[in-house]
Design a protein around this ligand. Sequence first.
Ligand SMILES: NC(=O)c1ccc[n+]([C@@H]2O[C@H](COP(=O)([O-])OP(=O)(O)OC[C@H]3O[C@@H](n4cnc5c(N)ncnc54)[C@H](OP(=O)(O)O)[C@@H]3O)[C@@H](O)[C@H]2O)c1
Length: 306
Amino acid sequence: MHISFHSTDTDHAIWLQDFQAALPTVQISTWQPGAAPVSCAIVRNPTQQFFDEQPQLATMFNLAAGVDSLFKRQFRSSVNVVRLEDSGMAVQMAEYVCHAVIGHFRGLGQYQSDARQGLWQPRAPKDRSQCVVGIMGLGVLGQRVAKALHGFEFPLRGWSRSAKQIQGVACFAGDAQLGDFLQGVQVLVCLLPLTDATRGLLNRHTLSQLKPGAYLVNVARGAQLVEDDLIALIDQGHLSGATLDVFDTEPLPAAHPFWSRPHISITPHISAITLRAESVAQIASKIHALARNEPITGIVNNQMHY
Ligand SMILES: NC(=O)c1ccc[n+]([C@@H]2O[C@H](COP(=O)([O-])OP(=O)(O)OC[C@H]3O[C@@H](n4cnc5c(N)ncnc54)[C@H](OP(=O)(O)O)[C@@H]3O)[C@@H](O)[C@H]2O)c1
């Protein structure tokens, strides 16, 4: 078997070294323009030229959980795109979202601001039963986040495409139940993939249906949020703030209004980082399974997502 490795990220050499160590009997080479076409590739932010030169590609492993940037490229719909599933990201996402939800619920941002002014100002505890957390996307990451939040006894709701039954989570599905899901939510967490159906979904219309004073946590993709609508709803007092890890333009431009907003917490797309050892092990095990003609999980059906 010959696998082509193509990453436009700066640390590609160390990834290639680890893949070669995990698959010693497989020939893996860094793709160069003009290289012989292959049937299997491992990619991260690939160029269009790579696809233009791959008429035989059958399976492509993407070094990320999200595949939205990959599908901006043109390639044959018969190619099986395999995404990362968890591979150490789910627990990171659970940590990040719990931190954001608890920070909002306990008013920790306000206490930090008080402390900087030398203020000792305890506030009355809030009623946990009124702090409904709504998770959009009940996939690998959304379900792990729900499990972690369940441990803190927040009332939980989840929304997905297909109907689900998850212990401790009131589940809603499909566009028809989106309104019922949003009504009364205090903290909205977005963990949806970016598709035509989810682009711009966090907008004035949907966010206005949350409880007054609600809080947004977007850890999925920046293009799912209409940024001006978020600013307007915070200014109007309908939303109390947001924790944002992802943005329409990344890195977030220096002049972007989010930077100067005290109620918006910003991190640079780090809520769940791709971990090398876990990702290499997962992909290597799937390559071994394919070699044995066994089925693998994580294949993204382009038609379903776009
Ligand atoms: N910020 C970061 O560092 C970071 C890191 C990793 C991933 N991410 C983002 O997180 C996203 C989710 O990852 P994942 O591994 O949890 O994905 P996943 O397992 O594919 O789960 C996606 C969930 O979204 C639901 N969904 C998809 N389209 C929908 C629609 N139109 N309406 C309602 N629900 C819809 C799916 O519903 P069904 O279950 O019914 O199919 C599923 O529950 C990724 O796509 C990526 O963009 C961000």
